[in-house]
Design a protein around this ligand. Structure first.
Ligand code: ADP
Ligand code: ZN
Ligand code: ZN
Length: 731
């Protein structure tokens, strides 16, 4: 008896038993292959997890799988295991997790192979004169094809106005033929350009990384500009020379043409780039090229962690502290944490690099689990900036700017250099309010204000995306005295333009960079080196270097100091240093001015006077005392309901039930339930229960119990709930 146990894309945390498609052809039923199976009223793609000879269900009740879609599994066994492990660690239904580990087209049942595009070329000796003078369409088409000796695709032919009839006519006359371009393993030269000569600090760092054979984890804690990327490039070169491949993960916001071009300039090998603008087809092709060993370097964001490599050689996580490595919904995995698991199973090194490492990673380094490599000097033609706190308690601000700051901006511009103004709020102002009655433009679906935008003019909720027009009069008291409150990037841009009419002000945020080439154009303008003001959000903090910027102005350094999230301080420090790191060259060292109402805050002072390492050490100490991660392990059970209080009472009852049944392992603690910091979002009422333990095993034991309860619980079906293990934020 052969029973197939399949993971099915369904919210149920269990596998489903099926009979094989036929009783004859059952060779090599390897875990990981896809099968088309009936499920309820639909056919779905199931992934084989194990083959058994027994079932808990009556054999005659089992359905037969309809069709086998793979002869060999799309994912190699160790990655298949990694995805399964991640499903269980992050408490996510296995069917969905395994689907997310493969490209979209494979989830939809497409064949796991390249789609070879059909191209057309002329046959030898074909000329226009072989066609009748009045066969105009055919003559035009042949001319077009003759212009493309390397071949032209059918799509391109159609785009140029050619049609299939003329094409087959030409083919019948033996003037043209179709062919497929093969993906070749063509490596001419590993290097396009010579590597830089490493400075002593870089030499030591690279030597430490290369010291290990096989699996090792290294943290490079190196200030911005210390030459981390150069180390990555040379570590990758070593892997390539050994005939192996490299996988590089970068933050979502960091996968810029600038990053990519640095790799392309250095290496002559094929590089696969998994960016978000790829079509599903292009993504599958890139994925296959990685799997077949054609692409020697793979660069991608979070989801690239599951990309198979034929000859894995090294994994690099750039800006490892970046929150985008943790998926925030559905399958809530951390690609950074999985990269360490993956490297172990592939027996390769993994490098985690950052100027501002996460406290989790630093803790691992402190404890000796990761090799800790520090780089404190700038490598190239640049100097680290000097920090200055601007105490604005007694100041009258104009459009968010203090006099001191405006003066400084003017001085830098007049000296012929550039200024970067950082403000982490897009839009014109965070809200709109009535001077007469105090009405505030709130989102009806969220506990949040609507942001006022002026270009184009509208009110926008940044939490649920609701948009509406700007009222002319107060909806409460009909007064016309309604005014924007607070400053966003659009308003700051306008204010700076009024203050400095002789200099261009360039805004960089999600709104101003929507057009495809917008960022490219902005960088071109900045790279001319002419004095200007860049004003923008954290989009300015990553991936770009602005050598002509000598002043970085941080409008509000306090935003995370009193956050409800215990990571608020860490995130603020990281953001400040990342923005600060954009500036300065050896001949123009940068200054960072930070406006604050808490200039004597000990944490800000440590950061400014002693740098990130000192800050992180203090913050780790605070976390230890407060029993917070990385000293304890956290999970968050979130619940959402359409009516108020339901989510909270549901979580309360659940907690009670588990306590009554004495299913709380020793050493596991609860906090809550309480309403989420933003209780209402997108029309849903939200509550959460925080669970923590010193011991990971105990935590996971409880989470497993919890899932079991939730799946049995009838109430739970009316509630949208989710579990977040190692949450990146506690909102
Ligand atoms: P990071 O990734 O740490 O921010 P980069 O690798 O981007 O640092 O290096 C910063 C600048 O210094 C780049 O312009 C780079 O070309 C230059 N650089 C790095 N290493 C060297 C070196 N050994 N010699 C000369 N310039 C270097
Ligand atoms: Zn009013
Ligand atoms: Zn909203």
């Amino acid at each position: 008896m052969i029973i197939l146990r399949l993971a099915i894309p369904s919210p149920l945390r269990r596998l489903f038993d099926y009979l094989p498609p036929s009783d004859e052809d059952n060779a090599d039923l390897e875990p990981g292959i896809r099968l088309l199976v009936p499920f309820g009223k639909r056919d779905v793609i199931g992934i084989l997890v194990e083959v058994s000879d027994t079932s808990d269900f009556a054999i005659n009740k089992l359905k037969r799988a309809k069709k086998r879609l793979d002869t060999t599994p799309p994912l190699p066994q160790h990655l298949f295991k990694l995805a399964r492990w991640a499903a269980s660690y992050y408490q996510h239904p296995e069917g969905d997790a395994l689907q997310q580990a493969i490209p979209v087209l494979l989830r939809k049942g497409h064949a796991c192979e390249h789609q070879h595009e059909t191209l057309w070329r002329s046959k030898e000796g074909a000329t226009i004169s072989q066609l009748k003078a009045n066969a105009l369409r055919q003559r035009e088409l042949l001319t077009l094809i003759l212009e493309h000796p390397q071949g032209i695709s059918e799509d391109a032919i159609r785009a140029e106005g050619g049609n299939t009839q003329s094409l087959s006519a030409l083919e019948k006359k033996s003037l043209v033929e179709s062919f497929h371009r093969e993906h070749k393993l063509a490596i001419e030269n590993i290097l396009h350009e010579a590597p830089l000569t490493l400075n002593p600090e870089q030499q030591t760092t690279l030597a430490q990384i290369n010291k290990h054979e096989g699996f090792s984890v290294s943290l490079i804690e190196g200030i911005t500009g210390s030459g981390k990327t150069e180390i990555y490039l040379q570590a990758i070169e070593k892997a390539l020379r050994a005939g192996k491949q490299a996988l590089i993960l970068v933050p979502e916001i960091g996968l810029t043409p600038q990053t990519v071009s640095r790799f392309k300039k250095r290496f002559g090998v094929p590089i696969a780039i998994l960016h978000s603008n790829l079509t599903d087809r292009q993504r599958l092709d890139a994925w296959l090229q990685a799997r077949e060993g054609i692409a020697r370097i793979v660069i991608g964001t979070r989801s690239a962690i599951f990309t198979p490599l034929k000859t894995p050689g090294i994994i690099i996580i750039d800006e490892e502290h970046d929150p985008s490595f943790k998926q925030q919904d559905g399958f809530r995995y951390s690609a950074r944490d999985l990269s360490v698991m993956r490297a172990r199973s592939e027996n390769t090194p993994v490098i985690l690099g950052s100027a501002t490492p996460s406290l989790e990673t630093l803790h691992n380094a402190v404890e000796g689990r990761y090799q800790w490599l520090k780089m404190t000097q700038r490598a190239g033609n640049s100097a680290p900036p000097a920090f200055k706190l601007l105490d604005i308690r007694q100041e009258k601000l104009s459009e968010g700017l203090s006099n001191q700051l405006v003066t400084a901006i003017g001085q830098h511009l007049n000296a012929g250099t550039q200024v970067l103004v950082f403000l982490n709020r897009r839009g014109y102002s965070p809200t709109l309010s009535c001077n007469d009655c105090g009405w505030i433009a709130d989102c009806t679906r969220c506990d949040a204000h609507m942001t006022l935008h002026k270009s184009p003019p509208h009110l926008h909720c940044h939490h649920c995306d609701k948009q509406q027009g700007i009222p002319q009069r107060c909806p409460e008291c009909n007064s016309d005295q309604i005014q924007p409150v607070g400053v966003g990037t659009e308003r700051s841009e306008q204010a700076l333009q009024n203050l400095f009419p002789d200099f261009p002000v360039i805004r960089v945020d999600r709104d101003s960079t929507q057009r495809k080439d917008a960022m490219h154009d902005i960088m071109n303008q900045v790279n001319t080196g002419a004095p200007c003001i860049l004003v923008g959000t954290q989009m300015l903090a990553k991936g770009h270097h602005f050598p002509k910027v000598t002043l970085v102005a941080i409008i509000n350094a306090d935003s995370g100091l009193f956050s409800a999230d215990f990571r608020g301080m860490e995130r603020t420090a990281q953001l400040i240093l990342q923005v600060a790191g954009r500036a300065g060259r050896a001949d123009h060292p940068g200054t960072v001015m930070m406006q604050t109402y808490h200039a004597d805050h000990p944490i800000l002072q440590t950061l400014v006077e002693h740098g990130y390492s000192a800050f992180a050490q203090e913050e780790l100490h605070n976390r230890r005392i407060a029993q917070l991660p990385p000293y304890t392990h956290y999970a968050l059970l979130r619940a959402e309901t359409t009516t108020q209080y339901r989510a909270e009472s549901f979580l309360g009852a659940l907690r009670q039930q588990l306590e009554d049944d004495m299913l709380l392992p020793h050493g596991v603690h609860w906090i809550g339930p309480f309403p989420s910091p933003m209780e209402k979002r997108a029309g849903m009422h939200r509550a959460q229960l925080m669970i923590y333990a010193e011991n990971r095993k105990a935590l996971h034991q409880l989470l497993a119990n919890l899932c079991w309860y939730l799946e049995q619980n009838k109430e739970a079906r009316k509630v949208r709930w989710s579990i977040d293990v190692d949450p990146a934020d506690t909102f």
